[in-house]
Design a protein around this ligand. Structure first.
Ligand code: GAR
Length: 233
């Protein structure tokens, strides 16, 4: 078998897998510096899992219902992840809350994409909550996963305008294409630059990020920082 170049990724998903598909497409591009070593789902009927198989990727399904308790489930997840020997684990629509010990074993190596401008709107129904609050701006965040749900240090964000006629569905649909761009750029950055998490801080090339890198301002589509001397804001 030909050894693929770049960092090894494990993608974890629970549903349709459009963010996974975006990563898979990006992995054929020279700027991406990474490839998907394996895909893990907690749902056997996840469309993303089928898509991964169609793409010839190695997949594992680890279902909670087939395990006696959360510890047993997370042990199986750990075995599945470690079997792929990943550099980074990408939660791309993985909709299960993970336990502290499980998360801590991947500190600094596990990222999640969340459909809000964190720290605003952790949890579910973010699009509806943004509209209910009357916000004029919405977005998505890529953050390192820590035991606090959607609470780990935020690496990058993409921002979009909320329109007067937006519904939760229209907002979600419009944001999704931007999520794909953000996730691909963020993974490309991680694959190329030395990024560390120190307590609540993200340190890139020995610079502490003062705030999330904003796509289109601090970070380009290929994960290059536009001004490495001025990290975040
Ligand atoms: C994405 O919108 C992602 O941000 C969200 O699930 C969707 C998955 O879509 N994740 C969360 O809400 C995590 N809290 P996809 O399966 O098409 O990539």
């Amino acid at each position: 078998m030909i050894e693929k170049a770049g960092k090894r990724l494990v993608v974890m998903l629970s549903g349709r897998g459009t963010n996974f598909a975006a990563l898979q497409a990006a992995s054929n591009q020279p700027w991406f510096n990474a490839h998907i070593a394996g895909v893990i789902s907690d749902r056997s009927n996840a469309a993303g899992l089928g898509l991964a198989r169609e793409n010839g990727l190695d997949t594992v399904c680890v279902e909670r219902t087939r395990h006696a308790n959360r510890d047993a489930f997370e042990s199986s997840l750990t075995a599945a992840i470690d079997g792929f020997e990943p550099d980074y684990i990408v939660l791309a629509g993985f909709m299960r809350v993970l336990g502290d010990a499980f998360v801590e074993q991947y500190a600094g190596r596990m990222i999640n994409i969340h459909p809000s401008l964190l720290p605003a709107y952790r949890g579910l129904h973010t699009h509806r909550r943004v509209l209910e609050a009357g916000d004029r701006e919405h977005g998505a965040s890529v953050h390192f996963v820590t035991p606090t749900l959607d609470g780990g240090p935020v690496l990058s964000q993409v921002r979009i305008e909320v329109r007067d006629d937006d519904t939760p569905d229209s907002l979600a649909d419009r944001l999704l294409a931007h999520e794909h761009r953000l996730l691909c750029a963020s993974v490309a950055l991680l694959a190329r630059d030395p990024v560390e998490v120190r307590h609540e801080d993200i340190v890139i090339d020995n610079f502490r990020l003062a705030g999330p890198l904003v796509l289109g301002r601090d970070l380009d589509e290929h994960g290059q920082r536009t001004d490495p001397g001025r990290p975040g804001q």
